[in-house]
Design a protein around this ligand. Structure first.
Ligand SMILES: Nc1ncnc2c1ncn2[C@@H]1O[C@H](COP(=O)(O)OP(=O)(O)OP(=O)(O)O)[C@@H](O)[C@H]1O
Length: 246
């Protein structure tokens, strides 16, 4: 199975002297194409830093970063912006929808930002997404007229609309009740299983991580565990053992 993103000997240091924080220490890891990968670890372990660097939102202190076959380590801001727009999708805890646009406008936003209209094939794909995410009746509504779960489904449609190489999801169920959160996780898992969408999700929640094909654990800036699909109980047990050993 190919890798959709990878980092090699990645380090990230914030500050200097007494204020120095080693957020990532020599991380080498690949995200597999077509898989749903969860990134877990205690607060401050480096999850967001790793995700931001892989998504081209932040630059590393040392090491290299690839998105697909592209070495993005040395790219400038404008190249990174284009790359993110075309090859990466994002789903955030806070949905991040544009309040002044209706749902159709939000789903089409990645194309607007890229200065183009979706092709007929892309329009078909967007139709499929809108139907499978249950948004058909909501296209002319504004985000504030939708429930949190519906807003997150719009964010998922927007993230998948351009068929990006990789979708990054940052605590996508953090603002949802548990039933709605499970629906959103099932939709992400289905996007990966049915459409081959690669997804990397940062989460604290063992139940959320149990929807993933693979779980990476970070501790103190290092990858300390890389395991295949596990139950929420197995993940909780591992996290407890990790805390006890810390
Ligand atoms: N901009 C920054 N300036 C200084 N230190 C930072 C910055 N961003 C992150 N850090 C530090 O780097 C370390 C890793 O942070 P990071 O946000 O990646 O962890 P995390 O695992 O995502 O945590 P959480 O689960 O709490 O979001 C932490 O010690 C954090 O305080």
């Amino acid at each position: 199975m190919g890798l959709v993103a990878r980092v090699q000997n990645l380090t990230k240091t914030y500050g200097s002297g007494d204020n120095r924080v080693d957020a990532l220490r020599d991380v080498t890891i690949g995200i597999r194409r077509g898989q749903f990968t969860a990134i877990m670890g205690p607060s401050g372990s480096g999850k967001s830093t790793l995700m931001h660097i892989m998504a081209g939102l932040d630059s590393p202190t040392g090491g290299r970063v690839w998105l697909g076959d592209t070495d993005i380590t040395g790219l400038g801001d404008s190249q990174l912006t284009l790359l993110r727009r075309r090859r990466v999708g994002f789903v955030f805890q806070s949905f991040n929808l544009v309040p002044t646009l209706d749902i159709a406008g939000n789903v089409h936003l990645p194309f607007e930002l890229d200065g183009r209209k979706p092709s007929s094939q892309e329009r078909e794909w967007i139709d499929t997404l809108v139907d499978s995410l249950g948004l058909r009746g909501r296209l002319t509504h504004r985000p504030h007229e939708l429930s949190g779960g519906q807003q997150q489904r719009v964010a998922i449609a927007r993230a998948l609309a351009t068929r990006p190489d990789l979708v990054f999801a940052d605590e996508p169920t953090g603002n949802l009740d548990s039933r709605t959160g499970r629906e959103v996780l099932s939709l992400l898992a289905a996007a990966s299983a049915q459409y081959g969408q690669s997804i990397a999700m940062v989460t604290h929640d063992p139940i959320a991580a149990s929807y993933a094909d693979r779980i990476l654990f970070l501790a103190d800036g290092r990858v300390v565990e890389d395991r295949e699909r596990s139950t929420a109980e197995e993940i909780s047990r591992y996290m407890l053992a990790m805390e006890a050993a810390a």
